[in-house]
Write a protein that binds this ligand. Sequence first.
Ligand SMILES: NC(=O)c1ccc[n+]([C@@H]2O[C@H](COP(=O)([O-])OP(=O)(O)OC[C@H]3O[C@@H](n4cnc5c(N)ncnc54)[C@H](O)[C@@H]3O)[C@@H](O)[C@H]2O)c1
Ligand SMILES: [Zn+2]
Ligand SMILES: [Zn+2]
Length: 338
Amino acid sequence: MIELRDVPIPALDADQVLVRIEAVGVCGSDTHFYHEGHIGDLVVEGPIILGHESAGVIVAVGSAVSAARIGERVSIEPQRPCRRCEHCKTGDYNLCVAMEFYGAYPIDGVFSEYAVIQDDFAFAVPDSLSADEAALIEPVSVAVHACRRAGVTASSRVFITGAGPIGLLTAQVALAFGASEVVVSDPVENRRRFAQTLGDIATVDPVETDFGSLELHFDAYIDASGNGRAIRQAIPTLRRGGRIVLVGMGNDDLELPVSVIQNRELELTGTYRYANTWPTAIELVARGAVRVAPLVTGHVGLDQVEAGLLMNRSDPDAIKTVVVPGRPGAAALPRGER
Ligand SMILES: NC(=O)c1ccc[n+]([C@@H]2O[C@H](COP(=O)([O-])OP(=O)(O)OC[C@H]3O[C@@H](n4cnc5c(N)ncnc54)[C@H](O)[C@@H]3O)[C@@H](O)[C@H]2O)c1
Ligand SMILES: [Zn+2]
Ligand SMILES: [Zn+2]
């Protein structure tokens, strides 16, 4: 059940900023949390504000933050690492043992008018970026992290399964990293056609394609579908020594072609969100190397978050819905108390 409630604006710690939220992308994981109540072992056990792909304007700063930042347009990296554990200290802070991630129970997210974030996770964006684009730096970051983990570089040949927002952004980031060939597989024709409009991206239909013809072809394979069959089919398309990166979630037990992984010494890893990606992601979007605006297929107000959460299940053409908290209409709705 979703309710619109008035809640107090969170108090600012010394190192935090208060952001008036202008746009929040709806992510598949928000839909999973709402629909299924969990993603893998992340379980929702009580009331929570979902949402983690956000951008807005700094309206107040904590005592340790320069007041010059008030008025700055920012994209929010929605996580709060402890900064003290060994992973934080070595820079892999996405692996922090005490991470607080926005919109993952019990940490409230950003389907709200205001949010606080530590000041170094509020990244200034150029005026050329719209609020939608600034919010979608978050899924671009997922793609940047995936391409880094996959070792995508100049003249890499990259295979991606899944042409949802994550696959579409990963394909573009791979090209921006210098990939010479990017092929995306998706059973949905609309999604394949859409992928082709975003750049020099080839597509295949996993149902029709003879995967034997792609055997030993790619340097890197990134799954953005979470589909076990897709992964099983795609692995033999890798050359010897290639890399497999599993980004897609939801399929905990997989059958893998173990002898192929052994004989070719394939490296297999997963990704857990991102670390140190915002500056790169902002730069890629700002110079047009990664286009996020075409992915936005709808806007809703805070009072329509439920429809927004279900949009990507109810509308086959929906790719990314953006919640605009300040959208007129939302304030007119009855509000409860938290
Ligand atoms: N690892 C992380 O940190 C991280 C972060 C964000 C999202 N994710 C995960 O990434 C995945 C993609 O996210 P999204 O928002 O793009 O999801 P999405 O559901 O919009 O896209 C998945 C796509 O995979 C396609 N697909 C289904 N079966 C397929 C097959 N056999 N072969 C090829 N494609 C197939 C679907 O048609 C769909 O277009 C999700 O599982 C999501 O949970 C992981
Ligand atoms: Zn997300
Ligand atoms: Zn830590």
